[in-house]
Design a protein around this ligand. Structure first.
Ligand code: NDP
Length: 330
């Protein structure tokens, strides 16, 4: 399998590549050709990482290519992890950020369209992830739209971990959490369908054990602002947890999720119009992976508390889409 990682010389790349090459992405029987894409000033860092990858003597790592050439990076790619993006600099307007990223993700989408394998799966991690994925997808008309996704699995994992800590149970006791909307501060971590298996062994709905004040004042901000909390405490942005979530996303996409009630996960996928999210937007939903495809979980009742929050995050996605369309990036 050909796996391409962009921004491979960065922090997330460093946390991602060793786990990927050890088999945690595609399993212990799948050899990997790694393609590390960087911008010219990032190539040395990617080369350093590649030297360490060689020193790990991973049996599954068939080859490692380091390049700043899009055609070489995406030729025959099966899995594309688009991590590198332009961070927001001080004083940068949102339109400038979207335009800078449009110049990155448009050409990457076109290169995927031209060279990728027919089964390509694309995960965008670099922010603004949903809209970057939308831009890439719009430049890849020959690739099925559902192959373009953006990462909200880190938000999902953070929500699960926060609930597990709140109830003092293992993360395996929590099911049915969903992240809706944009991977941004407006995201909505939804617990209205979530359940917890308490220490007594009884499984209860989370909504029966917490009140809306706790959700609005503590849980939702804690999940949505976890990235800032990590920067404040660690002195650097989260990298290992972002890398872990990227592995979770692609692993589940390729291997299916369990079929039990509430055993879905969250991913930003192309909307089919479900739950009032405009068709074509790349928005986070509760999803299951079935036979290699993400399926939006149908038929969930949306509480009034949730509706307003989903709508607000989706409105932000619509505004981002309209802004990049106005810039001619779609
Ligand atoms: P990181 O590896 O820490 O982050 C990469 C991107 O992931 C950032 O845009 C970041 O957005 C985003 N991200 C998403 N979720 C998270 C999360 N939970 N925590 C942290 N970041 C998250 O950035 P570095 O600066 O260390 O590395 C970026 C690399 O990308 C550099 O080596 C650069 O040269 C390269 N690059 C490559 C490009 C290419 O291949 N064409 C294009 C642009 C850059 P945010 O900061 O907004 O959270």
């Amino acid at each position: 399998m050909n796996v391409t990682v962009t921004g491979a010389g960065g922090q997330i790349g460093y946390a991602l590549l060793f786990r990927l090459a050890s088999g945690q992405l595609l399993g212990p029987d799948t050899p990997i050709n790694l393609r590390l894409l960087e911008i010219p000033q990032g190539l040395a860092a990617a080369e350093g990482t590649a030297l360490e990858l060689a020193d790990c003597a991973f049996g599954l790592l068939a080859s490692t290519t380091i390049t700043d050439d899009l055609t070489q990076a995406f030729d025959g790619v099966n899995v594309a992890l688009l991590v590198g993006s332009r961070p927001r600099a001080a004083g940068m307007e949102r339109a400038d950020l979207l335009a800078a990223n449009g110049r990155i993700f448009g050409p990457q989408g076109a290169a995927i369209n031209a060279g990728a394998a027919s089964d390509v799966r694309v995960l965008v991690v670099g922010n603004p992830a949903n809209t970057n994925a939308l831009i890439a997808r719009s430049h890849a008309p020959d690739v099925p739209a559902d192959r373009f996704t953006a990462m909200t699995r880190l938000d999902h994992n953070r929500a699960v971990a926060q609930l597990a800590a709140h109830f003092d149970v293992s993360v395996t006791a929590i099911e049915g959490v969903a992240i809706w909307g944009n991977h941004s501060a407006s995201q909505y971590p939804d617990v209205f369908h979530a359940t917890v298996r308490l220490k007594s062994g009884e499984r209860c709905f989370v909504r029966d054990l917490v009140d809306e004040r706790w959700l609005a004042a503590e849980f939702i901000p804690r999940v949505a602002q976890r990235g800032s909390e990590i920067i404040a405490v660690r002195g650097a942005s989260s990298a290992a947890s972002a890398a872990g979530a990227a592995l979770d996303h692609v692993h589940d996409w390729a291997n299916s999720t369990p079929s039990g009630a509430g055993q879905w996960t969250s991913a930003a996928v192309v909307s089919d119009g479900s739950y009032g999210v405009p068709e074509g937007l790349i928005s986070s939903f509760p999803v299951r992976s079935v036979a290699g495809h993400w399926r939006i979980e149908p038929g969930l009742e949306i509480a009034e508390f949730s509706r307003a929050r989903i709508d607000a995050s989706v409105a932000e996605l619509v505004a981002e889409r309209d802004a990049v369309a106005a810039l001619g990036l779609l």
